[in-house]
Design a protein around this ligand. Sequence first.
Ligand SMILES: Nc1nc2c(ncn2[C@@H]2O[C@H](COP(=O)(O)OP(=O)(O)OP(=O)(O)O)[C@@H](O)[C@H]2O)c(=O)[nH]1
Ligand SMILES: [Mg+2]
Length: 221
Amino acid sequence: MTRKVSVVEKVHSVNDQLAAENQLQLQKAGIFSINLMASPGAGKTSLIEKTLAGLDPAITVAAIDGDVATSIDADRAAKAGATAVQINTGGQCHIDASMLRSALEQLDLATFDLLLVENVGNLICPASFKLGTDKNILIASIPEGDDKPYKYPAMYQDVDALIINKIDLLPYIDFKMDYFKAGVEMLNPGLITFPISCKTGQGIEDWIQWLTDQIRAGDSS
Ligand SMILES: Nc1nc2c(ncn2[C@@H]2O[C@H](COP(=O)(O)OP(=O)(O)OP(=O)(O)O)[C@@H](O)[C@H]2O)c(=O)[nH]1
Ligand SMILES: [Mg+2]
């Protein structure tokens, strides 16, 4: 008889254990954390920049940027005012909980109110690797097309909030918002959604308000 061991299941259960440890560490430090996921170029780093520009300056922010090879995104986050750490995944298409743990070791977590984790640009792999952050947030962007919830359901199913970026491009792209939203609603009913433009600043205020409320709710619990 041939015995089958599911390597994938084993990898995920080890990752889940490490994610739970990260979560505990972040909670103990009293830092509110989000995992930003999106396809390449959707606007993850742009959103970090806009968020840093719009947040109450009393809120201290750390950013951990996952990238296959460069430190371009961490440099941008640092320039925008965050204390930034770069994770180079060495070719991997996602950040996993163990990579996040190594990055967390480089930060004095108790000195920050907010941690923004920028995952590697990808709509498949990051959905399967929990990190232990308080919220998982997906950024969709208009040029990607309105069919993405239908084609990448796992990513849309499990997130706590959705940002629709690049709405300034709606007049130029055949993107049917009703069709897109119907797909999202089917997978994740009632999902809180922020249509924004990092270019024009439209919608950013509502996002910042929601984020600030989340950070403050953690402070009082
Ligand atoms: N028109 C328009 N362009 C935008 C907007 N937000 C970001 N961009 C542009 O989109 C490109 C990619 O933005 P980034 O913020 O680097 O995207 P990213 O998701 O961090 O990209 P990766 O980290 O490489 O996956 C840049 O040229 C931005 O200037 C927007 O709201 N409207
Ligand atoms: Mg980026």
